[in-house]
Design a protein around this ligand. Structure first.
Ligand code: MRU
Length: 355
């Protein structure tokens, strides 16, 4: 293994190809995050930390910190909504602040990136164990079997290092033999649900059905959803949640139909400086993600035009679900109300950044 290369899975071609790509510079890491070769809030953070490591390898012997400022800034500009990005960059920045030599900088950036990766595995596992209790309760009180869960986008292992956030309780429940069925929102425009969540669930043999994004409301009305379980890219300190566009509509439908709506998150997705969802920047992406669509024709992945050439398209990547529509937050430290008091009850120290 080349120690100057960081390898990622290129998620753009999943599930049709499993392509491993070498990142050789911090510019490669910038490209990988910006163009969504990697995506999902925790994985964006981990990739950014490894981007700092690649940046450290490029550093001149003199002017280390000046060089690293450029690296942080290039990485920071890639995607605005997932707060894990700035969380990871801040963590690297603090860890290297007093270092004087390039070799120490390289060692430290690698150590921080590896710590983030190792912690993420444990954190996501613990989110799953806490969320499991909800599914177990649902299972015991459910006359009907299986427990039916609706999820949006991909908050699975491809969005993290392992386990996923929203999928972790699902994996734990499946391992314990609780019968499950997952409704997977396709999640236009990039179809992370149809492509990635469905693939991940299929890998583990977890029964699931992909649905068009607009189907969930009817399924809830028909009593076919026991709970909704989604991830988040940034949670404001009052419990408002930013997640993939369309999450808000699911939360509204869930509220109207008395379906519990849970959000699973690592504490690195909490933005202590955002007092409400209004403070969260919403990413606007290339309209071509709406006007064009890619799919596998049996031989190659093709991209085709979907809309009339002259039609404008607006591509907002995330929406805000107000805390009042979130039944509870599932974190690595337990389950809490989606409120400032609730979050503080689990994280009294605020910004959680183990070193
Ligand atoms: O634009 P994406 O694919 O990075 O958006 C991802 C999501 O919205 C996920 O739900 C979120 O990052 C939680 S990941 C555990």
């Amino acid at each position: 293994m080349d120690p100057e290369v960081v390898q990622i899975i290129d998620q753009r071609v999943l599930p049709h190809q499993l392509a491993v790509v070498d990142l050789r510079s911090h510019h490669d890491a910038v490209m990988a995050i910006k163009e969504m070769w990697v995506r999902g809030a925790p994985l964006i953070g981990a990739t950014a930390a490894f981007g700092c490591y690649l940046g450290a390898l490029e550093a001149p012997e003199k002017g280390l910190h000046h060089h690293m400022q450029t690296v942080y800034s290039d990485l920071h500009k890639t995607r605005p909504t997932a707060v894990n990005l700035s969380w990871a960059l801040d963590r690297v920045r603090k860890a290297v602040a007093d270092l004087q030599t390039k070799s120490d900088l390289i060692k430290m950036t690698m150590a921080v990136a590896q710590d983030i990766v190792e912690e993420d595995v444990k954190i996501c596992r613990d989110i799953g164990l806490h969320g499991l209790s909800l599914i177990e309760t649902m299972h015991h009180s459910n006359e009907r079997s299986p427990v039916q869960i609706l999820t949006h986008c991909n908050a699975g292992r491809m969005a993290t290092i392992e386990w996923g956030t929203a999928t972790s309780p699902i994996y734990h429940a499946h391992e314990r033999g609780i019968p499950l069925h997952i409704w997977v929102d396709e999640t236009r425009p990039r179809n992370q649900g149809a492509r990635i969540t469905a693939w991940e669930l299929g890998e583990r043999g977890i029964p699931h059905t992909v649905i068009a994004d607009n189907t969930g409301g009817l399924l809830m009305r028909q009593g076919k959803v026991d709970l909704c379980l989604v991830g988040t890219d940034r949670t404001a300190s009052n419990g408002d949640v930013a997640n993939k566009i369309g999450t808000y509509l699911k939360a509204l439908a869930a509220h109207h139909n008395n379906v519990p709506f849970y959000v699973a998150l690592p504490s690195s997705s909490i933005d202590w400086n955002a007092s409400s969802g209004d403070d969260i920047p919403i990413e606007e992406r290339d309209p071509e993600e709406i006007t064009h669509i890619s799919g596998f024709d049996g031989e190659v992945i093709r991209r085709v035009q979907l809309t009339p050439g002259e039609s404008a398209a607006l591509n907002l990547g995330f929406d805000i679900t107000p805390a009042e529509f979130v039944t509870a937050l599932i974190t690595e430290r337990g389950i809490c109300p989606a409120s400032e008091q609730g979050i503080r009850s689990l994280f009294p120290e605020g910004n959680y950044c183990p070193t």
